[in-house]
Write a protein that binds this ligand. Structure first.
Ligand code: AHR
Length: 522
């Protein structure tokens, strides 16, 4: 027997939980143990964070329409979008990039809007950046949303002085020239800025640096990221591009755990894994459903390996992992600008979102933040807009359903083993779960059936409590690429779920194929 198969055989014998793969059509069975008797870490609300870049129609049209627009707005910011994001309890918003951040000069975006310089957005389509949306507009947006601001500072083409002055402008309450300039521009009180990203993708669009060089740059920039007037910055070092574990190793070692609060990780899910031909957002073959699940599940191995690397230099777990870009990346929609990264969003995206959010929950002891890319009209968006119209995507609905986990206590969950053959002998899990207990004592379990053609029967064994009552909601679609359009905005939306029952203190759940379910258990 080849060693690979022997190990798989051994694992099947020793694993306490199992999911049994069966022929398409027959339900897959999955046993899931939930340790209500061993409560874990608090699930940081920031795991449910977002990212808005000056890219395509994310900021302009998606968020900013200007105060004179006929689209209802508050000081230029769309009211419908703000209400929708508040409804998912958006905890933190990352801005202004992405790649855009390392070419952004904050002074371009302050003062009278009509006098702001126009620049070329070299990364995203070469379009004109009017700077109509700048620091005041972004922080007004965060206040309207009631969320933390995550500012991504320019390390690639900026200077420590520029970054330092920006921080003083935003956060100082002093009688200093910069704080007074902010006042002159209409903001008396300083803002609180919670998160500061020191560079973005410094291994690529942020400067093509080597990790050794970046580590020195981080140390230099972070020295000048000062705390003014009681503002405390959570400093996030630029982390790895997916599987580049050496980057994490070198940055952790050379910067040191005492000099940062977080380190980032970026991982995008491409159905084909090929950047030249990524695959379509809708109307894709079933094989690309499976390859998407396979590639997105790599996040679990990435989390484990990067966290193990971080542990080498941070045994006390001072540093949090911030997955500040993740999500699906498809070929752009036909007829849309190639530099605008506009893509539809289907039930497959909902499954991708739920798989990742379950993984982040299950690593709540170390994952301090995650920011799906991107909020509106770009990549795996929550919201799509067409002038005054707005639709909520299946991904949005997952964030809405999962908001019960924000700030709750993780209940460690033993997920089933990988049971489903997808590609060249690679197996993935069919069913993914995480669970938490909220402040009122309610237990919530989020379940994904990632099989596109096969229902699943999951048995939840709760250790430490006897389940009495269960209710829930489900998101699914009768189509492989079920999605919402401006003509059919509610084609995919959550519905009440009656497929769960309590039997002998356990919860037995009938999960439809391609579905996301959140249960409340009493
Ligand atoms: O989210 C789109 C781009 O992807 C970001 O600008 C960059 O950081 C990443 O490569």
């Amino acid at each position: 027997m080849p060693i690979k198969h022997f190990l798989a055989f051994l694992m099947a014998l020793i694993l306490p939980v199992a999911a049994k793969g069966q022929a398409a059509g027959e339900p897959v069975t999955a046993q899931i143990v939930i340790h209500a008797d061993k409560p874990g870490a608090t699930i940081a609300p920031q795991i449910y964070g977002h990212f808005a870049e000056h890219l395509g129609r994310c900021i302009y049209e998606g968020i900013w329409v200007g105060p004179d627009s006929s689209i209802p707005n508050t000081r230029g910011i769309r009211n419908d979008v703000v209400a929708a994001l508040k409804n998912i309890n958006i905890p933190v918003l990352r801005w202004p990039g992405g790649c855009f951040a390392d070419e952004y000069h904050w002074r371009d975006g302050i003062g009278p809007r009509e006098q702001r310089p126009k620049r070329i957005n070299t990364h995203w389509g070469g379009v004109i950046e009017t700077n109509g949306f700048g620091t005041h507009e972004f922080l007004d947006l965060c206040e309207q949303l009631g969320c933390d601001a995550y500012i991504s500072a320019n390390v690639g083409s900026g200077t420590p002085a520029e970054m330092m002055e920006w921080i003083e402008y935003m956060t100082a309450d002093a009688d200093s020239t910069l704080a007074n300039e902010r006042r002159k521009n209409g903001r008396e009180k300083p803002w609180k800025i919670r998160y500061l990203g020191v560079g973005n993708e410094s291994w690529g669009c942020g400067g093509n640096m080597r990790p050794e060089y970046y580590a020195d740059e981080y140390r230099r920039f972070a020295t000048f990221a000062k705390s003014y007037s009681g503002n405390r910055l959570f400093k996030v070092a630029c982390g790895s591009n997916g599987e580049d574990f050496n980057w994490t190793d070198v940055v952790m070692k050379q910067v040191g755990a005492r000099n940062m609060n977080g380190i980032s990780l970026h991982w995008y899910t491409l159905p084909t894994g090929d950047w030249q031909s990524k695959g379509k957002a809708t109307d894709f073959p079933p094989q690309q459903w499976d390859s998407t699940v396979m590639r997105t599940w790599r996040m679990e191995a990435l989390l484990e390996k990067h966290l193990a690397t971080m542990d080498k230099y941070d045994a006390q777990h001072r540093v949090g992992l911030c997955v500040d870009e993740w999500g699906t990346w498809y070929d752009q929609e036909a007829g849309s600008h190639p530099g605008f990264l506009y893509q539809q969003n289907s039930i497959r995206d909902a499954v991708v979102a739920a798989v990742n959010l379950n993984l982040f929950n299950n690593h709540a002891d170390r994952v301090a933040m995650a920011n799906i890319a991107q909020t509106i009209n770009v990549l795996q968006a929550m919201i799509l807009t067409d002038k005054e119209r707005m639709i909520l995507t299946p991904t949005y609905h997952v964030f809405e359903m999962f908001k019960v986990h924000q700030g709750a206590t993780l209940l460690p969950t033993e997920n089933p083993a990988a049971d489903h053959d997808v590609e060249n002998g690679t197996k993935v899990r069919s069913v993914y779960a995480s669970a938490s207990k909220d402040a009122k004592g309610a237990i919530h379990v989020s379940l994904v059936n990632a099989r596109h053609d096969t229902p699943a029967k999951a048995t939840l064994k709760l250790e430490g409590v006897a389940a009495k009552k269960v209710s829930g909601r489900v998101l699914t679609s009768d189509k492989l690429d079920g999605h919402n359009t401006f003509d059919q905005p509610d084609a995919v939306k959550p519905a009440p779920f009656d497929g769960a029952e309590v039997k002998d203190g356990q919860v037995v759940v009938a999960l439809p194929a391609r579905s996301v379910t959140v249960l409340a258990i009493e």
